[in-house]
Design a protein around this ligand. Sequence first.
Ligand code: SIN
Length: 281
Amino acid sequence: MSSSALEVRPLTGALGAEIFGVDLSKNLSSELIQEIRNNFLQYSVIFFRDQDLTPEQHLNFSKMFGPLVINPVYGNVDGYPEIMPVIKNEKDKYNIGDTWHSDMSYMSEPPLGSILYAREVPQVGGDTLWTNMYMAYEFLPTPLRNALDELNAVHSDSFLTSRIEERNAGRSTKLVADPNRAELRATHPVIRTHDETKKRALYVNYPFTYSFEGMSREESLPLLNQLYAHATKPEFSCRFRWQKGSIAFWDNRCTMHYACNDYQGHRRVMNRTTIAGPKPE
Ligand code: SIN
């Protein structure tokens, strides 16, 4: 397939593009993978429709963008340790991913991105939203931006793992982390420079950023909450309506995402792969 076969339709003025004209179950040429990667870097989250992938094909496509990581707190699909199921059943009250977040920022090397594949979706509801953290940085008031440039933040998995039973009640996607294992904790710059685009992005998120370095959580929360409210403005975001066979591939270094839990009584089944990333700098 020649690279000109791809049709790219941007979703909003902030981020996101749907890409048509490619069957991801096939072995793709290095030129086509490069073209997909270029769109991924340009739009920060890219979407594909009407894909029919086996778990092996999902893994093959994902591995074109780097080594995969196994989620340290959630389970995996039987026989596929690198695929994390994201499931909400009819009787579940809650989904996962229902707060604005950047995946696994509590790791010292958080993932570069994730590839989420829709296997079963409700007729309506269950959309996912993304927000552009380059824009969140760019549109901060200059004095605040300059102050944040100097700060680090502590990230932790304790939002999930300090209350496993409470989190698992009413959710089919269970935390399986051992409650006796040590907390996963990492310190990252509040403003990170994307290792490929070289652009600067705000890098804090609601569930996993615990505090600014050198400050208590109580001291940190007023400014953190202000940053979350700023970063999730509609002007910086996009919203994707899933269909069976849709795929989203997001850049975890410069976006946050939010899974909307507005489909009570209906089932949604997704498979997620996650690609290893660099230490934020
Ligand atoms: C996630 O946070 O990875 C889940 C996103 C979704 O289910 O839409």
